[in-house]
Design a protein. Structure first.
Length: 532
């Protein structure tokens, strides 16, 4: 921008009066400065956009005032507010409102380093300029409003996006020192990032950060990672690891009962590129795992903890496996892999804590989603899933390597009365009646032999073995007693058959279906069912 100004004297400046005296004109140039200066084209485009928005708002308000075909939300807007609200962007319901602050910038903020380089007077001038540009200057106000609208839109978009926490390395690592005599004020030698000296060192070219540490942990030269992993996998199958203190491989931990076996499996795992499926297959197909768990009294007295691995393991299923096994044998298990957590049904009042009821504690899922594996069950630390807690599932409020393994009356009560297991018992009872294999086994037989074949089929589903004759006699007596009971108490049979969302075939006699459901409940509660 150029401007010409005339001085005093005899000359006449442009448009000035004629007169005597000397003087002349001078010329200077006004150059806009700053990172928020707009070109003429951009300023014109912003003006047109603001004008178009004002015209649309005015047309909508006038149409509403004249009772034309305008939305009801616009009919309620008074005409008097058109002029004041024309230049403002419409505020969406639930969107954060713009807040005008002194010094609000219409351009990207400068970094703290740039701010620190300015003197107090320069910072004061910068703040005044920014205020003028965003609150007084017409073009600057349009830019400030547009920037505020875009920031609000960015905030709304970020709120809708899924978020997760990500760890980042510090640009400048914190210095660590050796404290003399343990006093933090008496700093000694500076300590840099490194691995314990008793273990193999990191590669020279490896970064001294979390990435380098991860690469070092899974390198073939590291002796602990593969052994710890193999020991925990072994513990899952045998109840105890080759090193009994699975949570402690240090100087206070136990020595391995079979050190050569531990070294062999750890080496095979590393050489196999950490193929866990191969490791599991090697263990379950071994002669050691395929041994029977039964043994003589002499051998049990000699080796009660089975440290010599002279017999197969006998373990109670974990809390998650107990639920999954019941769903599987009843035919309810939904085998979808992946996806969000699920909320299966649980007893009333299970969501109450010391502090009171938890929000959404009783909200449960419906349909086949509720029959997914226990891996996907929603877990709340203040109110964990009660049936799994009864089977020694940890509350996950702290890191736990080894779960306790207990046998309590609460476990039997859970299997007999929890809504999930009652529903599984109903459907297992129907399966023993209507399943194709059960029908084939009981075809062309008299009623007692037919019942025996169906009971044997259900027993094999739950325990993976055929029942002995004494066990079969107990199940027959239970079935007869339940038939007699429900024939005289039809209402109780109907109440039992409506527990859960899965429906029993209406063609079945309610008393017969309820009797088989009670037998199935007893099968699910067997010690042989929840142990392997």
């Amino acid at each position: 921008m150029k401007a010409v100004f005339g001085g005093g004297g005899g000359g006449a400046g442009p448009g000035g009066p004629r007169g005597g005296g000397g003087g002349g004109a001078f010329l200077f140039t006004i150059t806009p400065e700053g990172d928020d200066v707009l070109t003429h084209e951009v300023a014109t485009a912003l003006r047109l956009k603001a004008r178009d928005g004002a015209v649309r708002a005015a047309a909508g308000a006038v149409a509403a005032a004249l009772d034309l075909d305008a939305p009801r939300s616009q009919k309620a807007a008074p005409v008097a507010s058109i002029a004041g609200d024309a230049a403002k962007p419409p505020v969406q319901p639930g969107a954060p409102a713009k807040v005008s602050l002194v010094g609000e910038k219409s351009a990207p903020a400068s970094s703290p380093e740039e701010e620190n380089r300015l003197s107090p007077s320069e910072r004061r001038i910068q703040v005044l300029r920014e205020y003028y540009r965003s609150h007084i200057d017409p073009i600057g106000r349009i830019v400030a409003d547009e920037l505020a609208r875009l920031k609000d839109e960015e905030t709304v978009i970020k709120l809708r996006l899924p978020q997760t926490l990500v760890l980042e390395e510090r640009k400048k690592p914190r210095q660590a020192y050796i404290f003399k005599r343990g006093v933090y004020k008496n700093r000694g030698e500076n300590v840099g990032p490194a691995t314990p000296a008793v273990l193999p060192p990191m590669d020279r070219g490896a970064p001294r950060n979390r990435l380098g540490l991860a690469e070092w942990l899974v390198s073939g030269r590291h002796p602990l990672t593969s052994r710890v992993l193999v020991n925990r996998v072994w513990k899952q199958y045998f109840g105890a690891g080759l090193v009994r203190t699975a949570e402690d491989f240090g100087t206070r931990g136990e020595l391995p009962t079979h050190p050569d076996l531990l070294d062999y499996l750890a080496t095979e795992l590393v050489d196999g590129k950490w193929d866990l499926k191969k490791l599991h297959r090697r263990i379950v197909l071994s002669a050691t795992y395929r041994q029977a768990s039964s043994t003589s009294k002499e051998k049990r007295d000699r080796d009660p903890e089975n440290r010599l691995l002279a017999r197969g393991p006998r373990l109670r299923l974990s809390a998650e496996m107990v639920r999954d096994n019941a769903l599987a044998v009843s035919g309810l298990l939904y085998e979808k892999i992946g996806g969000p957590s699920v909320r299966p049904p649980q007893p009333a009042g299970a969501g109450k804590t010391v502090a009171g009821p938890m929000p959404d504690a009783h909200r449960r899922d419906r349909g086949e989603k509720q029959y997914r594996r226990a891996l996907y069950v929603y877990w709340k630390r203040e109110a964990p899933y009660p049936s799994m807690v009864n089977f020694d599932a940890v509350k996950r409020d702290s890191c736990t390597v080894t779960r306790p393994d207990t046998t309590t009356p609460l476990q039997a009560l859970t299997l007999l009365n929890d809504p999930v297991y009652v529903e599984c018992a109903r459907m297992l009872g129907q399966r023993m009646i209507r399943d194709r294999e059960a029908v084939r086994r009981a075809r062309d037989l008299k009623k007692p032999e037919e019942d025996a074949r169906r009971l044997a089929y259900g027993f094999r589903l739950c325990t993976s073995r055929a029942p002995t004759e004494p066990e079969l006699q107990v199940l027959r007596k239970l079935l007869d007693d339940q038939r007699a009971h429900f024939k005289g108490h039809a209402e109780e049979a109907k109440k039992l058959l409506v527990v859960g969302d899965a429906r029993v075939d209406e063609a079945l006699d309610p008393a017969e279906a309820a009797a088989w459901a009670c037998v199935a409940s007893a099968l699910l509660n067997l010690d042989a069912t929840i142990h392997r």
